[in-house]
Design a protein around this ligand. Sequence first.
Ligand SMILES: Nc1ncnc2c1ncn2[C@@H]1O[C@H](COP(=O)(O)OP(=O)(O)OP(=O)(O)O)[C@@H](O)[C@H]1O
Ligand SMILES: N[C@@H](CCO)C(=O)O
Length: 317
Amino acid sequence: MAVYTQVSAEALSAFLARYDAGQLISAKGIAEGVENSNYLVDTTTARFILTLYEKRVAAGDLPFFLALLDHLAAKGLPVPPAIKDRQGVEIQELAGRPACLIQFLTGVSLSHPTPAQALAAAEAMGAMHRAVADFPLNRANSMGHASWRPLFEQCGRDLDRIEPGLHDAMGEALDAVLDGWDAQALDACVIHADLFPDNVLVLGDRVTGLIDFYFACTDYRVYDLAVMHSAWSFDASGETYAPAIGAALVEGYERHFPLTGQDRAAFARLAMGACLRFALSRAWDWLNTPADALVTRKDPLAYWRRYIAYRDGKAGL
Ligand SMILES: Nc1ncnc2c1ncn2[C@@H]1O[C@H](COP(=O)(O)OP(=O)(O)OP(=O)(O)O)[C@@H](O)[C@H]1O
Ligand SMILES: N[C@@H](CCO)C(=O)O
């Protein structure tokens, strides 16, 4: 369960008093997610999400994320902007953490997407990439390719505790994927970088929310599609590839950005890179989260298996 920071009713009532947001009725910790602490907050006037930012979100990056959400919301994308208090302040401090009160969006977090939902979500990602064309800010990708080897080295030989031989196999994978990564002549823009099914809200086949922009950054545009492809087109164990979902993602995305020959040629490497990014962040968390923590650790091997599928041409475009 992703509630790392507990908030008392008194502290939350005092926090809400800064806003025109009614009186506190209830606040429930949200089980989903691994990065931040999230509460569903009901007041006498509305429902909100309260997010307290934890380990991987630097407070100094919050103005970028919130400006991006405001920009996308102003263009009609279904993203949840932060609420401003009476003084116009969006970023507060609560229980010792940076905190924001966020607009609640209706819809259901996806766990087992259908091809129609995949198509709609990838189309929404394409619309997002269009909408950032005049967004003036940039943010380096803190979980981008330059961070993978340092993270691998921090995990070190402990990787072999996850699976014997994993350390050397991942080392070889990094050598192969990183060689020439920088030299790829691909478009870059602000991307979501973590658009997993659980970060898309839907009602039926309609996308009602794109959420969790806290890895958003400037990187190769098609890398965002590759992240999405790796997250959506496999079962949870990473063993079974679902080509119909993969094809639906590409079809949806191409409604905004038809893939060029260069995009297609780069795709397998981008997807392998995405797999290493998530295998490594999961491995780090796996090795450093106590087994009795109130958060469900995500399986790094489920991402390592995806890497092998892309490498061996068993998944892809
Ligand atoms: N604005 C919102 N409106 C409605 N529900 C939301 C909103 N923001 C978050 N949620 C709910 O809270 C859950 C957790 O949120 P979120 O994915 O942002 O957490 P996280 O810890 O950052 O997750 P992750 O592990 O994906 O990085 C979501 O799956 C969704 O159900
Ligand atoms: N979406 C990521 C968590 C955020 O880094 C994962 O499933 O590993």
